[in-house]
Design a protein around this ligand. Structure first.
Ligand code: AVI
Length: 322
């Protein structure tokens, strides 16, 4: 190939980093928090005293597991349990055990963007719950939805736990739910976790823990740019900042530059200039109530069948149908 024919292949990561850091105001997507280090930090977040979400969903599963699995397969005709963004599957195991104990005919099909997470989960289940038929797949949410029809040829129950949908702005969440709806047959169900609106301080604390794990998680996107795109971000010159708007229910994470500075990203031939206290918006974590979920479902062609809540009403899992 001569130099005229040479194509520069740019990854989505490169493209989005370039777009986000040359925009005003600057932004980066939270999907780039997750690599091996980010996965480990997220595991630590889920165990933090301030991060109530995981414990609340776990409590819901422990308390309502019998009713939950019954509602998945009332006629006991058999189904595929597909989990999008499965992670370590810790909470899901409560449901898997219940399904096994009551001799439901099912296969578990976890899907995650992280190869690392899926490999770990499949190995762990093959070891801990040998009776469960597991088929792990690697893929990103939206892309996976295109394949969903081919992943299963019997009844599907599609789970999206951990309030993962909260990392999408409403229009994007509707796009996601619409696509989900299009991939469903009439008997298929969605089981989805939505973190609820609550005392604003409780939300702020969950995303601004005392031990600084969430700050490290947020900064991992800069670490990745340094490692993967030959950047030279000085992490000590950025602080993690969290805000929560109780009206919209949106928690937002930022990285704020503590001084005027220039950052080089060699692989992008990019110089990024920061004013003192200029921000990079990195994540939204949306909080909901029944009306918002009802509205999202309606906009997407879905309806709520029932919901399950923890004792504090911090969190709810909704069962949705077409
Ligand atoms: C994965 N997601 C639902 C988490 C959340 O609560 O938004 C990610 C997270 N960000 C900071 N802490 C946890």
């Amino acid at each position: 190939m001569n130099s005229k024919d040479q194509k520069v292949i740019i990854s989505t990561f490169e493209k989005e980093v370039c777009e986000g850091l040359t925009a005003f105001p600057k932004y980066l997507s939270s999907k780039y928090f997750y690599d091996e280090v980010g996965d480990e930090l997220f595991q630590q977040i889920m165990a933090l005293p301030e991060y109530y979400l995981t414990r609340a969903e776990y409590e819901i599963f422990e308390t309502h597991k019998t009713e939950i699995v019954q509602s998945f397969d009332q006629d006991k005709e058999g189904f595929d349990l597909i989990e999008l963004g499965a992670g370590d599957g810790k909470k899901t195991k409560v449901l898997l055990k219940e399904l096994l104990n009551h001799k439901y005919d099912f296969a578990y099909k976890p899907i995650d963007i992280s190869e690392n997470a899926i490999d770990g989960l499949v190995k762990n289940l093959n070891h801990e719950m040998k009776e469960v038929l597991v088929q792990g797949q690697i893929g990103e949410y939206f892309e996976v939805l295109d394949r969903l029809k081919h992943i299963s040829d019997r009844k599907k129950v599609i789970m999206v736990l951990g309030s993962n949908i909260g990392n999408l702005l409403h229009p994007r969440a509707i796009q996601f739910l619409k696509k989900l709806c299009n991939s469903m047959n009439s008997k298929d169900l969605v089981f989805m976790g939505f973190d609820q609106k609550k005392h604003p301080q409780k939300v702020l604390d969950a995303y601004n823990d005392k031990s600084g794990v969430t700050a490290a998680f947020n900064k991992n996107v800069l670490t990745r740019i340094n490692k993967e795109l030959r950047g030279n971000f000085d992490l000590d010159k950025f602080i993690h900042w969290e805000v929560y708007d109780p009206e919209s229910g949106t928690a937002k994470s930022y990285l704020v530059s503590t001084e005027k500075q220039k950052v080089d990203i060699d692989d992008l031939s990019l110089e990024v200039h920061f004013e003192a206290w200029e921000s990079i918006h990195t994540e939204i974590s949306q909080k909901y109530d029944d009306d918002i979920v009802k509205w999202l479902a309606k906009e997407s062609g879905l309806e709520i069948v029932k919901s399950f809540s923890d004792q504090n009403n911090y969190y709810k899992d909704y069962l949705l149908r077409k």
